[in-house]
Design a protein around this ligand. Structure first.
Ligand SMILES: CC(C)(COP(=O)(O)OP(=O)(O)OC[C@H]1O[C@@H](n2cnc3c(N)ncnc32)[C@H](O)[C@@H]1OP(=O)(O)O)[C@@H](O)C(=O)NCCC(=O)NCCS
Length: 167
């Protein structure tokens, strides 16, 4: 089973692992805000922004390699300090269906509670397996927006918004 930990500083090998993870997930069609093909250079540049203030970065490690990650973003508005947004939850295609995303989300929720958050939100592409994951973790569907994201092939996808009050 992968070990989940929070990262407050990224070493060069850790950034390399995260870069490879992001490139692999975008290449297999994941909707993560990027358009395929995502180059290694662009992915590495993106990871150089992390960790940063207002973002808790979690990683899942197996045999000293990062195989999954997730982020908890603080809301930017003053009246949203109780809210957190789940972002960039990804597990390497070779490590799927082993409970790694579930473990990352369990830890992320614990981090959110510790930070005083009482509400988590996220959105994910309609039809993706991630919807089943969030539902299984007790998230409620808040709504659907058609035409939210453009895929690499030029088609548009709807996004589903999910939320979970933290008891
Ligand atoms: C979504 C994703 C993070 C799931 O990672 P994972 O480690 O394979 O998920 P887990 O093994 O923890 O699965 C937990 C539960 O989620 C659901 N689930 C996960 N993948 C699923 C799939 N392909 N089909 C159906 N249900 C799935 C199941 O309920 C599963 O429980 P079970 O295995 O006991 O049936 C992974 O597929 C991924 O990285 N996808 C690409 C990136 C992405 O879309 N991220 C979400 C952005 S919001």
């Amino acid at each position: 089973m992968a070990e989940i930990r929070r990262v407050d500083r990224l070493s060069s090998p850790e950034r390399d692992d995260l870069t490879a993870l992001l490139v692999a997930c975008v290449a297999e069609g994941a909707s993560l805000g990027f358009l395929a093909p995502l180059s290694r250079e662009d992915a590495e540049t993106w990871w150089r922004e992390f960790p940063r203030a207002g973002v808790a970065l979690l990683v899942a490690e197996s045999d000293d390699r990062i195989v999954g990650t997730a982020q908890l973003h603080d809301a930017e508005s003053a009246n949203g300090a109780h809210r957190g947004e789940v972002a960039k939850l990804l597990v390497h295609p070779a490590f799927r269906r082993q409970g790694i995303a579930r473990a990352l989300m369990t830890r992320l929720e614990a981090e959110a509670r510790e930070a005083g958050k009482t509400l988590l939100t996220l959105d994910t592409r309609e039809g993706d397996p991630s919807n089943a994951l969030y539902q299984s973790l007790g998230y409620e569907q808040g709504g659907r927006i058609p035409g939210w994201a453009r895929d690499a092939d030029g088609t548009f996808s709807a996004t589903i918004f999910w939320y979970k009050p933290l008891g």
